[in-house]
Write a protein that binds this ligand. Structure first.
Ligand SMILES: Cc1ncc(COP(=O)(O)O)c(C=O)c1O
Length: 439
C-alpha cells in the first residue's frame, strides 16, 4: 500500500506516465545510494537507467552533495542577465576543454529541451547575422527526440510526441530514420549497413534548395525512440553534406554526452565535429537541472558585432548558469575525472555486449542492440496491443528489483557508469527469466 492519500495521488499529473495505472499501483522511491534506489516499502531497486540517462556517477555521491550544500550557503542565486558569478566561467572553460576542435563557446540552459531550442535558435540567428537570413529551414530526423518544446518537438520524429499538438513549427522537414535497415539486426555495436541514408539530406536539398536550410539536428545515437545506432559512416557522410551545402550540423548529445559511449562525447567517438552540440542530464549527474549548448567559435564570433553595449543574442533563461547548477556540474566533472567514468563504458562494453546478446535467442526477442553502456531489446509486439508486452516486462522487472525503461516495445538500459559486472549479471539474468516466460 502506498503511503500517499488518494487526494495526493490525484493532484499530481505525472509526465510521460500512465497516470491511471500508476495511481492504482504507485512505485515510490524514497532514497538512493550509488547503484540502487530504496522504495517506500524498504525494498532495493537496481537503477538500470541512471535515473533517466542522467545519474552517470550513480546516486548520492558525497562530494556532489557537499558541493551543493556549500554553494547554497555561500551564493544561492545570481542574476543570469548582465551579471555573472565565477563558477559559470570556470565551468564553461572546463567544458569547452573537453570538446573537440573549435566547440569552445558554452551557453547554459536548464534541460535537454531548452538546449535543443537554444541550438535551433542560434543556428537560425547565425545565418541572419551573417546576412544569410533566408536560411531558416530546420531538418530533423524521423524517430528523433529533441525534447518536448515546440522547436524540438517539430524537428523531432516520434509520432506519439507530436500528434496531439497541432501543426507545430513551419519550415521543418525530416530525414528518413535508420531503424530496421536490412542486415543490421542483432548487430554488436555500430551496424554495417545504411551510411547512404545520410544522402537523404541531398533529397531535401533538392526539394527545398540548400540556400533555405539553416541546420540539421540529429542524435548521434537515438535513445528515446528505442536505441537506434548510427550505421558505420552515416554521421561522417551527414557532416560532409552539411559542410558542402553551408548547413550547420547539430548533434543532440543529451544522452550520449558525458561518457555514455565510452568517450566524453559521441562526436569524439565517431570522429565527427558538429557545429553545435546540445547537452544536459549528466552534466550535473542529474542532481540539479542544467543543460549546455556548445558552439563553434565561428558561430559565436559572428554575433560579436555592433555597438558594445548592445545585447548580441536575445535569448537566455532566468536560471541559465545558476550557482547551484554550476557548483553541481563542477563537482560532477571532478567525480567523473577521479573515478575515470568518462571512459569506463569503453572498458566494460565487451562484457556488457555479451550480457545483452545473451537475450538474443529468446523467443519474442526481435532485435538486440548495444553500444557503450546502452542496450536496446526489441520485443515482438502483442497483436493489436503495441507497447503492452514491453510494459509488462517493465513491471515484472520492477517487482524483481530492476529498473529499466521502455519505449514502444523496446526495453532500454543505460545504467550508471559505475556499474559492476555483478550488477550487469543481475540485470540480464533478471530480464532473461522474465522474457523467457512471456506469452
Ligand atoms: C536526445 C535528447 N534530447 C533532448 C531531451 C530532452 O531533455 P529534457 O527532458 O531534459 O528536456 C532528451 C531527453 O531524454 C534526449 O534524450
Amino acid at each position: 500500500m502506498s503511503s500517499l492519500t488518494e487526494r495526493e495521488l490525484q493532484a499530481y499529473w505525472m509526465p510521460f506516465t500512465s497516470n491511471r495505472q500508476f495511481k492504482q499501483h504507485p512505485r515510490l522511491v524514497v532514497g538512493a545510494d550509488r547503484m540502487h534506489f530504496t522504495l517506500d516499502d524498504g525494498r532495493q531497486l537496481m537503477d538500470g537507467i541512471a535515473g533517466l540517462w542522467c545519474c552517470n556517477a550513480g546516486h548520492n555521491c558525497p562530494k556532489l552533495v557537499q558541493a551543493i550544500q556549500k554553494q547554497v550557503s555561500e551564493l544561492d542565486y545570481s542574476p543570469a542577465f548582465q551579471m555573472g558569478h565565477p563558477k559559470q566561467f570556470e565551468l564553461a572553460q572546463r567544458l569547452a576543454a573537453m570538446m573537440p576542435g573549435g566547440l569552445n563557446r558554452v551557453f547554459f540552459t536548464n534541460s535537454g529541451s531548452e538546449s535543443c531550442e537554444t541550438a535551433l535558435k542560434i543556428a537560425i540567428a547565425y545565418h541572419r547575422v551573417k546576412g544569410d537570413g533566408h536560411r531558416t529551414r530546420l531538418i530533423g530526423r524521423e524517430k528523433g527526440y529533441h525534447g518536448v518544446n515546440f522547436g524540438g518537438m517539430s524537428v523531432g520524429g516520434m509520432p506519439a510526441n507530436r500528434k496531439m499538438f497541432g501543426s507545430m513549427m513551419s519550415g521543418v522537414d525530416h530525414l528518413r530514420h535508420t531503424h530496421g535497415i536490412p542486415g543490421n539486426l542483432f548487430s554488436r555495436g555500430q551496424p554495417e549497413h545504411g551510411a547512404e541514408y545520410a544522402d537523404d539530406l541531398l533529397r531535401l536539398c533538392e526539394l527545398h534548395d540548400p540556400s533555405t536550410i539553416a541546420a540539421v539536428i540529429v542524435e548521434p545515437l537515438a535513445g528515446s525512440a528505442g536505441v537506434i545506432l548510427p550505421p558505420k559512416g552515416y554521421l561522417q557522410r551527414l557532416r560532409q553534406h552539411c559542410t558542402k551545402h553551408g548547413i550547420l550540423l547539430i548533434f543532440d548529445e543529451v544522452i550520449t554526452g558525458f561518457g555514455r559511449l565510452g568517450t566524453p562525447f559521441a562526436s569524439e567517438l565517431f570522429g565527427v565535429e558538429p557545429d553545435l552540440v546540445t547537452t544536459a542530464k549528466a552534466i550535473t549527474n542529474g542532481v540539479i537541472p542544467m543543460g549546455a549548448v556548445f558552439a563553434q567559435d565561428f558561430i559565436h564570433d559572428a554575433f560579436m558585432h555592433g555597438p558594445e553595449n548592445a545585447v548580441e543574442l536575445f535569448h537566455g533563461y532566468t536560471f541559465s548558469g545558476n550557482p547551484m547548477a554550476c557548483a553541481a556540474a563542477l563537482a560532477t566533472l571532478d567525480i567523473f575525472e577521479e573515478e575515470g567514468l568518462l571512459t569506463r563504458a569503453a572498458e566494460l562494453s565487451d562484457y556488457w555486449q555479451d550480457a545483452v546478446h545473451s537475450l538474443a535467442n529468446l523467443p519474442l526477442v526481435k532485435d538486440v542492440r548495444n553500444m557503450g553502456l546502452i542496450a536496446g531489446i526489441e520485443l515482438q509486439p502483442m497483436v493489436d496491443e503495441p507497447t503492452k508486452r514491453a510494459f509488462s516486462v517493465f513491471l515484472q522487472a520492477f517487482e524483481a528489483g530492476l529498473l529499466i525503461r521502455t519505449t514502444g516495445d523496446t526495453l532500454a538500459l543505460s545504467p550508471p557508469l559505475i556499474i559492476k559486472t555483478v550488477d550487469i549479471d543481475f540485470a540480464f539474468d533478471t530480464l532473461y527469466e522474465i522474457i523467457k516466460n512471456l506469452d
